[in-house]
Design a binder for this molecule. Sequence first.
Ligand code: SAM
Ligand code: SF4
Length: 321
Amino acid sequence: MNLDKVEAEDLHAFARDLAVKNFGREIYIRGLIEISTYCKSNCYYCGLRLANKNTKRLRLSKEEILDLASYSVDLGIKTIVMQGGEDDFYSLDYLKEIIYHIKEKFPDVAITLSLGERDFQDFEALKNMGADRHLLRHETYSKSHYQRLHPSSMKFENRIDSILKLKDLGFQTGCGMMVGSPYQRLENLYEDLKFILKLRPQMVGIGPFIPQHDTPFRDFEGGKLEDVLKILYIVRIADEKLLLPSTTALGSIDEFGREKGILAGANVLMPNVGAEKLRKNYKLYDNKIGTEVQNSDDFMGLEKKLEKIGYKISKSRGDYK
Ligand code: SAM
Ligand code: SF4
């Protein structure tokens, strides 16, 4: 055996074959609804941070969210992801109402929350109300690195405890990190991988860090496509059943980034089904691509892109098996 001859392409193929073994050549689709550009947090990397005075703040009402959920279901999408800044407008009761109405109308649709940290009692109540999944990236498993990415009011311990709590409550839980975030070292990614192997989450969100011009990290270099693809195939090889999105951020740094992510072992896409007013202002980072599916033509466009690489859209809800 000569390992010198093992190229990145072989590892992509190996990871891809593992994904195909578990999911077929089918990609799970999540309808991403960005619900708010308000955020009370101040992560140094994100354009929605509270201190950014140049972001237009907008949010969706319960009725608007229900309309978009209904629209997603019409397209055949069976998972809705509600994502946004940490916005206290969405009180526990308000969120519970939204979940209640979506589940009442579409009992078979999975609801994923990605609204940042909350009280643990809130997480529990939202789970009891019928939320199925929760995404909360750990961002880095190094306390010192975490503190360089966030102000001191944001605590590494709380982030990790929140993720553990979500998993404990029975949410299909997603953690994740940016590749190439400022001050990241190779050993940080190694610690991230060890954390993933210990936590055994159902999902891991991995994308490149991309600088945003109104944040303190505006002058840092962004993460590189090849590095993200490497981490994707390593994570796929580490856990063949994981739900692994090929992220919008990956598609934002390379025209075919999302396709390349799938060919390195990813099996989930999260196109934007949200309202236009939010999409234009949901600027986490610069040059974010539009991934919107605003009508059935867009949806067919997505299907065609997948067909070109030999994949198709899965009709299933895409739960973790
Ligand atoms: N507010 C929620 C939270 O922080 O979990 C959900 C929305 S937040 C915008 C979702 C993810 O976007 C974050 O976990 C972070 O990893 C990613 N993100 C934020 N700014 C980014 C940037 N400049 N480049 C790449 N990803 C970024
Ligand atoms: Fe707010 Fe999330 Fe952005 Fe942090 S990453 S500033 S919590 S929207």
